[in-house]
Each structure stands twice: as C-alpha cells, then as structure tokens.
Design a protein around this ligand. Structure first.
Ligand code: NI
Length: 176
C-alpha cells in the first residue's frame, strides 16, 4: 500500500467528471491497489472520505470511513465503505446545513446545505451491486464524494461564502 499525493484546488483533475469503472475491471490488480491506496491516504490525512480524482485518478471510486476522526469530532462512526460508480437515486427534499471541509481545499471550512438522506446505488470492491440508505453525516459525506466524481467541490454548493473560515478560526469561533 502507498500514501498517494492529494490533488489540491486548482488542479484540473478536480474539475473533470470522472470516468465510470467497467464492472469487469473492478477485480483487476490496478483498481484493487488503487482502492487500498485511497484507504491508506484517507486514513493518513484524517479524511472521512476521499474520491479518486483527489489522488489524480479520474475514475468513479470513493472511499468513506469515520472512526473517532480528529478533524470531525463528535460525528457518528461510519464503517469503511467503498463506492464504485455510485448513483444517487433519491434524496430527501429538506436540506440540512452543516460545516464541511475537504482534503483538496486545505484548512478551510464552510457551511453547505445537503439532503438529510440519500438512497444510493453502487458497486462494492467485489463488484457486487448494492443499495444504500444513508442519513445525516453519512449522507453528507456521500454527497460530498459524489460531487468530486462530477468535478465539483463543496465551495460550489455554498449559498453564502461568508461562512468560509480557516480551520483555526473555525475551531476558535464556530465549532461549538
Ligand atoms: Ni472533498
């Protein structure tokens, strides 16, 4: 396994819609290795999720995990989840606003409205098709990562950039 270099805002790969992964290539060593490396990279940088374009690979793969995360204290745990070619099938209407950050938008937090719950279809790393029903923070992370696969970042979803804060100032003035 290897820790990969994270692409930062301004790199074109973050703005390009990622390519779907053909089901028959999910089992390939290249894709399996990429998934392992994405997991290791997410853990190394205390991310709660990472999408392949964030490691300079324009493919529709995202990994998500929350386990006593230092960057998001107090959030519920989410078991390690690998999503390939995820599709949001349905989303609740009423948006919920909360803080988000991103490994590609270092040291910034901002308030982003997201659907409270989503229904999702994706392949697992074993190539099995799954349907997921996610709520609250899990739903938020899924929407954030699916945005990455569509070439979007959370800043694009902020209705008001005035809430944008550097991490230190966020902790000092807004976290509680
Ligand atoms: Ni992100």
């Amino acid at each position: 396994m290897a820790i990969l270099k994270v692409s930062r805002l301004g790199h074109p790969v973050l703005r390009k819609p990622a390519e779907a992964v053909p089901r028959e290539s999910i089992a390939s060593p290249t894709i399996q290795r990429l998934i392992d490396d994405m997991i290791e990279t997410m853990r190394e940088y205390d991310g709660v999720g990472i999408a392949a374009p964030q490691v300079h690979v324009s493919k529709q793969i995202a990994v998500i995990e929350v386990q006593d995360n230092r960057r998001y204290p107090g959030e519920n745990s989410i078991p390690l989840t690998v999503l390939i070619n995820p599709k949001i099938l349905a989303a609740s209407k009423q948006p919920l606003e909360d803080w988000e950050g991103c490994l590609s938008v270092e040291e910034l937090r901002g308030r982003v409205p997201r659907a409270e719950s989503v229904e999702l279809e994706a392949y697992t790393r074993k190539g099995e098709k799954i349907r997921l029903h996610a709520h609250r923070f899990f739903a938020r992370v899924i929407q954030h990562e699916c945005d990455h696969l569509a070439g979007k970042v959370f800043l694009d979803r902020m209705p008001d950039l005035k809430t944008l804060a550097h991490l230190k100032e966020f902790v000092r003035y807004w976290q509680d």
